[in-house]
Design a protein around this ligand. Structure first.
Ligand code: HEC
Ligand code: HEC
Length: 237
């Protein structure tokens, strides 16, 4: 998620949460869970929903990547408390497959510990895991360029260009120019690394374009994977 989204988010979160939090301690379990609930409701429900399932979360689309199901017992039980704490604290910085910002600049370790205690109470038995484990996801992200391309495309491009590249992303309705259907069989094959790079980083198109200009630092290293993924979109178009 980009810094502006995160800053806006944090501002919203802080506005809504006028509550003063009790400092949780490990020895006080019900208090810990109660404190965690308040923090979860202030910082996390926008994307993860009240029940952690991600359905009905107003900002679930913000990251492009679906927010996953924090109430799925089979999945979450594969992660220890410490592993969840580090994912919440560092987010995509250390666990790039998640595409969620880290929260350690807003939440200290005690607060994250409380949130995790609360998240554990949201667990619902939804049957055996039907998908990759967290460890498999991390491994796939590291070793499979198309998996990286998929996640980066969802994060950086799908909001406008649509998850299938059809130009119908959730932000597209608000865009004044129609986002190009870059995943279509007509357009995807014509895209080259140089043409896409020139377009996404071209600051001179600011007066006629409704697509953001990406900084080279943010996007260049990811573009080969993104483009490789876009080239697969016509198969499902
Ligand atoms: C801007 C949206 C957003 C907000 C706000 C948010 N998350 Fe996430 N979160 C995500 C996304 C996207 C993922 C990735 C889901 C996936 O790929 O399975 C994720 C994944 C997770 C995971 C799963 C880790 C894993 O290995 O599968 C946990 C745990 C989590 N978030 C906890 C939190 C907590 C706690 C908060 C509040 C402090 C929070 N999130 C706030 C978007 C968000
Ligand atoms: C906020 C919306 C938005 C996002 C995010 C976005 N685009 Fe676009 N894109 C557009 C719009 C709108 C157009 C149509 C022309 C214009 O306004 O620049 C476009 C056009 C394009 C074009 C066609 C250029 C041409 O020659 O016609 C390419 C290629 C492209 N985008 C690639 C990307 C890639 C790759 C990403 C992700 C890294 C991305 N876009 C993210 C809105 C967006």
């Amino acid at each position: 998620m980009n810094k502006h989204f995160k800053a806006a988010f944090t501002a919203i979160c802080l506005l809504v949460s006028s509550t003063v939090y009790a400092q949780p301690t490990k020895s006080d379990s019900p208090m810990l869970v109660e404190a965690g609930k308040r923090l979860f409701n202030s910082f996390c429900i926008y994307c993860h929903g009240f029940d952690g399932s991600g359905t009905d979360a107003p900002a679930a689309d913000l990251s492009g990547v679906p927010t996953g199901d924090l109430s799925n017992k089979a999945y979450m039980s594969l992660l220890s408390d410490e592993e969840i704490i580090s994912r919440v604290a560092y987010g995509e910085e250390r666990f790039p497959y998640l595409q969620m910002p880290g929260w350690r600049s807003n939440l200290d370790n005690n607060k994250i510990t409380a949130i995790v205690a609360y998240v554990r109470t949201l667990a619902v038995d939804k049957g055996p895991l039907n998908g990759p484990t967290p460890a498999e996801r991390l491994q796939r992200f590291k070793s499979d360029p198309l998996e990286r391309g998929r996640i980066y495309f969802l994060r950086y491009c799908s909001g406008c260009h649509g998850k299938r590249g059809d130009g119908k992303g959730w932000m597209a309705a608000k865009a004044l120019n129609k986002p190009t259907p870059i995943g279509s069989p007509k357009i995807a094959p014509t895209l080259t690394y140089d043409s896409v790079k020139a377009y996404v980083t071209n600051i001179d198109r600011w007066d006629k374009s409704y697509m953001p200009v990406f900084s080279e630092e943010e996007i260049i290293g990811k573009l080969p994977d993104i483009i490789a993924y876009i080239k697969t979109l016509p198969e499902q178009y």
